[in-house]
Design a protein around this ligand. Structure first.
Ligand SMILES: [Zn+2]
Length: 185
């Protein structure tokens, strides 16, 4: 019987965005984005950061000055995409896109925005964002999992075992060095 305790598509994509957000050095707001094409392939990942060659540590992270410098998660995901055309793709975001990102999303042909949080929904830029995104599906993502944790076996022991065995042995036996626990809400 197939393993049941695996990450489903939507959960996987949103968790990829959440994981990317953890790369952000913004002390207040960490945002992640993950673009998925028509065939459920991840084609772009981004998080809010400074520009290339600008040290994140030197960026003035306080508002409003940071807005002059920060590249948003959606912008980075679109710029980092590994295919030319993302027309018809979906974007998973941890926070509802701002108006500038909404413009990019619209212009790039993305057809659905799946978001976790929409905490700024009264603000002007958020209202503009929703006008810009008219015609695009906006889907609130409801986390079904309260806690996700990984347990790793003794990695040194595993590495030693793997180095002793041939590649064929490993592929036949599989390698169970990490287990995943999902705790439902
Ligand atoms: Zn933005």
């Amino acid at each position: 019987m197939a393993r049941q305790n695996y990450l489903r598509d939507k959960e996987y994509f949103m968790l990829t965005a959440i994981l990317a957000a953890q790369r952000s050095k913004d002390p207040k707001t960490q945002v992640g984005a993950c673009i998925v094409d028509n065939e459920n392939r991840i084609v772009g990942i981004g998080y809010n950061s400074s520009t290339k060659d600008f040290c994140d540590e030197d960026l003035p992270w306080d508002k409003p000055e940071k807005h002059l410098y920060v590249v948003h998660a959606e912008e980075n995901a679109i710029l980092n995409k590994n295919i030319a055309n993302i027309n018809g793709a979906k974007i998973y975001v941890t926070l509802f896109p701002c108006n500038k990102c909404a413009q990019l999303i619209k212009q790039s042909g993305i057809k659905e925005v799946i978001f976790c949080c929409d905490k700024d929904n009264e603000k002007d830029y958020n209202i503009a964002s929703k006008k810009i995104l008219e015609g695009i599906a906006l889907t609130k993502y409801v986390l079904k999992t309260k806690k996700i944790s990984f347990t790793f076996d003794d990695t040194e022991k595993i590495s030693a075992e793997i180095s002793k065995r041939s590649t064929d042995d490993i592929s036949q036996e599989g390698s169970q060095y990490c287990s995943l626990q999902l705790e439902d809400l």
